[in-house]
Design a binder for this molecule. Structure first.
Ligand code: BGC
Length: 822
């Protein structure tokens, strides 16, 4: 529809109808206006797939793509574009018009629980990947929603914390991926952050939502709140928030009608917000879509192949002494396959980005599909779980419409395992979410005798019994912890001796308590016989008697998750001990890490090779096996610096006001100096630098030639770079171009990434690429004049294979001062 037709449609609506478009009707959709033939806008979470319209766990199955940091590690914009397009197809299959992604917040602290979901510590790398992903998605008619706008870079007190960031830092770092998504990719959706920015909630921050987004950048899509992240009526509407989510509304509807009548919000403002909504709905095919939501499972061979290829492209080979990798299938001998992640496929992080995958390929399964299982010797070694392993078995759930289990249950259902998350309505609407009791019952038959641990976490007051005996008490003294988006308590663990082969009754009783922010009810029951010294001894034994030891360690989506930051970056549980013990008996030890960000590696000098494989989606094990056997190149380069220790990261400080926050404020005092910009300035050598990653061949940069000795009138210059594959097999590399402004009148980083290219070359092949730098690539943000400024003087161009592996340099001059608009 034309803008005039959309305007006429909005003008045909009553005030109440216009207002009805400005909030959700349920968790994932808006209200239709049948009188005018206007459909409902349906959204689904992302960004590493489209989960659909159900709960966070279970439900219809979806394709699990590599998580954000893995996509960041590919440095491959074409691949990001293909993935955006594929996720658009999944979004449609889930009956939705709009995907809630990509997540383009920035890796400020190595401990942020959501780093796995975001691309990088570098704004330009994030911006280029986000724009490619959005273009791929929107070319298929599905709306993207960049999130979370802005400075939502930690999960500590995430719904109330104020990020205190100066304007230069916002403009040069944290806003950059959002700006590019608006200006270059034309994103149709933006989600405001939970946090406050400089004292005002992002959802009612007029400077952000109107001045920066709409006036400076010319945005014409919608801004929606994060879930329950809108806290006012007139303020949010006037500041620029179009859509309050989820529904039913808390702040709009009748309250907004009253605010208009009271003169707190103008009719014109409502018209503008409603027009933004219908414009988006028209673009995304929702405006005239009167169909019911139907969710289907696509599971196409094309998507499966894309995910497998992307997983290998994301894998970063950090170290490879004596070219121990790739492994040669013909001379394999025996391989010890060790570690908690060997037989458990870690495919995604936790929180709203999780989905119910079509399948999960573990590294062990990936290996077995490429070599005979008789070559493999498996030992788990130790655990890496944050919570006790989930209870796996059917549970009967009996709901009572009172808080005392009185009378007959009003609703009964079954649950396939020990974890459930309910959003909105409970028990088919038969109980009040704030006044119910729930009894879960199932049975458990141990395979071995011993002292078992039973763990319980819940948003309500919960108790777990085994054969009537109280084992875990998360009822008395319940306090909020770090589960279920900070709505649940921390896991409470009890112990009980159980005998092998005997059937035990497990009962969990939960009494509701008012939800803090998000209106969710959730519980998790775990049970295990803990692994002890014998498990490490078994792993050592397997390693000693094998030709090579592959150790699969890391974290899980319980650690790398929305809702809680990490407290440190050690490998959890006894994994460091496990790696060291294995390496001590087998010098040919290869560590495959799966984490959502850096970990300390105290054993690094004792192992031969390390691969960081992240959470690469449902094809995890196949992608890892492809890289191990050289079927695919380890295509990844670090999108985040890996410091030797957490203390080296700028967010680690004695001052809690800088991180994790103090009295409701977190001060971004390091300014623009995050990631490699910090390590450069502080003279700290990271364990593995930003941009680092090895391949199975070698590359040289054979020429670096700016097209002119000086910048052109708009401040730009083209730069030719020539790369040669000097090895004897085909391979890929990422050539990285950094700019240095050593004469600036403000403090600037020693180098800033401004352009890059991923190239695949045959043995001996040479290629010339042109990287284009614009005026913005030389500019800093001048807070006084509110312009981007390029200062006359000399700039250095640094070209290399990582932030610390600069191979060649050139210079260009800016002959005069230049001011560029915002
Ligand atoms: C997250 C968003 C997500 C939304 C809906 C929030 O908790 O911060 O990223 O899209 O929930 O699930």
């Amino acid at each position: 529809m034309t803008e005039a037709e959309l305007g006429a449609l909005v003008d045909a609506m009553s005030l109440e109808e216009q207002i009805s478009l400005l909030s959700g009707i349920d968790f994932w959709s808006t209200a239709p206006i049948e009188r005018l033939g206007i459909g409902s806008l349906r959204v689904t979470d992302g960004p590493n797939g489209a989960r659909g319209g159900g709960s966070l766990v279970g439900g219809v199955k979806s394709a699990a793509f590599p998580v954000g940091i893995a996509l960041g590690a590919t440095w491959n914009t074409e691949l990001a574009n293909e993935i955006g397009a594929a996720i658009a197809e999944e979004t449609r299959a889930k009956g939705a018009h709009m995907l809630l992604g990509p997540t383009v917040n920035t890796h400020r602290s190595v401990t942020n629980g959501r780093n796995f979901e975001c691309y990088s510590e570098d704004p330009i790398l994030s911006a280029k990947l986000a724009t490619a992903y959005i273009r791929g998605m929107q070319a298929k008619g599905v709306a993207a929603t960049i999130k979370h706008f802005v400075a939502n870079d930690s999960e500590v007190e995430r719904t109330t914390m104020s990020s205190e960031v100066d304007e230069r830092t916002l403009r040069e770092v944290y806003l950059v991926p959002f700006e590019a998504s608006v200006k270059q990719a034309g994103t149709w959706g933006v989600m405001s952050a939970y946090n406050k920015v400089n004292g005002s909630f992002a959802s009612e921050n007029e400077w952000l939502l109107t001045k920066v987004l709409r006036e400076d950048w010319g945005y014409d899509g919608i801004v929606m709140s994060d879930w329950f992240g809108s806290h006012s009526t007139a303020e949010t509407v006037n500041a620029g928030l179009d859509l309050e989510m989820p529904g039913p509304t808390r702040d709009r509807g009748d309250k907004l009608v009253a605010a208009v009548e009271a003169g707190d919000v103008s009719r014109d403002m409502i018209r503008t917000r409603a027009l933004n909504m219908v414009r988006l709905m028209d673009r995304a095919g929702a405006l005239r879509d009167m169909s019911e939501r139907v969710e289907t499972e696509l599971n196409t061979p094309e998507h499966r192949a894309l995910i497998r290829r992307a997983g290998a492209e994301a894998a970063v080979l950090l170290k490879n002494d004596d070219s121990i990798l790739p492994l040669h299938r013909t001379a394999i001998g025996t391989i010890a396959v060790i570690g908690p992640n060997a037989k458990t496929a870690q495919i995604m992080g936790g929180g709203s980005a999780q989905l119910n995958p079509y399948y999960r390929v573990s590294p062990y399964d990936g290996l077995v599909s490429q070599i005979d299982a008789e070559h493999l010797r498996y030992a788990e070694g130790c655990s890496n779980a944050r919570f006790l392993p989930l209870y796996r078995g059917m549970l009967k759930m009996e709901w009572f419409d009172n808080q005392t289990f009185a009378g007959e249950p009003v609703f009964t259902e079954t649950q396939e395992d020990g974890e459930a998350i309910f959003l909105g309505e409970l028990a088919g609407g038969k109980v009040d979410p704030e006044k119910y009791s729930l009894r879960l019952s199932g049975s458990f038959m141990p395979e071995a005798s011993g002292t078992y641990r039973l763990g319980l976490a819940a948003t309500g007051l919960a108790r777990a019994f085994v054969d009537g005996e109280l084992v875990a008490n998360a009822h008395d003294g319940w306090t909020a912890g770090h589960t279920f988006f900070e709505e649940g308590c921390d896991e409470v663990i009890g112990e009980i001796a159980l005998e092998a082969g005997r059937q035990y009754e497990i009962t969990v009783e939960i009494v509701s308590k008012p939800s803090r922010n998000l209106g969710l009810s959730a519980m998790r029951i775990g049970i295990t016989l803990p692994l002890g010294d014998a498990a490490i001894a078994e792993a050592v034994d397997a390693a000693r008697n094998s030709d090579i030891a592959l150790v699969f360690v890391g974290r899980t989506g319980e650690w790398d998750t929305e809702g809680s930051d990490l407290e440190q970056i050690d490998l959890p549980d006894r994994q460091n001990e496990l790696v060291a013990a294995v390496a001590a008996v087998n010098p040919r030890t290869v560590v495959v890490l799966q984490t959502g960000g850096p970990v300390e590696m105290p054993w690094i000098d004792d192992v031969s090779a390390v691969i960081e494989a992240w959470y690469p989606g449902q094809e995890a094990g196949n992608a890892v096996a492809d890289v191990l056997f050289g079927v695919a190149e380890p295509g990844g380069r670090l999108p985040q610096s890996f410091p030797a220790k957490w203390q080296d990261n700028p967010a680690h400080t004695q001052d809690p006001a800088i991180y994790p926050g103090f009295e409701g404020k977190v001060r971004y005092e390091e300014g623009v100096f995050i990631g490699y910009r910090h390590y450069d300035r502080a003279g700290i050598q990271p364990l593995f630098p930003f941009g680092h990653g090895l391949g199975y061949t070698s590359f040289e940069i054979t020429a670096l030639a700016p097209h002119a000795p000086a910048l052109d009138a708009s401040g730009g210059v083209g730069v030719d770079v020539e790369i040669a594959n000097t090895g004897n097999r085909e391979g890929a590399t990422v050539v990285q171009l950094y700019v240095r402004d050593s004469e600036a009148s403000v403090a600037r980083p020693e180098k800033e990434l401004k352009a890059f290219a991923k190239l695949r070359l045959g043995p001996g092949e040479k290629r010339r690429v042109t990287l284009t730098l614009t005026g913005r690539d030389f500019a800093f943000f001048d807070v006084d004049s509110k312009n981007w400024r390029v200062e006359a003087g000399r700039f250095e161009l640094l070209c290399g294979f990582s932030a610390t592996d600069i191979r060649t340099r050139a210079e260009v001059d800016a002959n005069s001062d230049l001011k560029l608009p915002v």
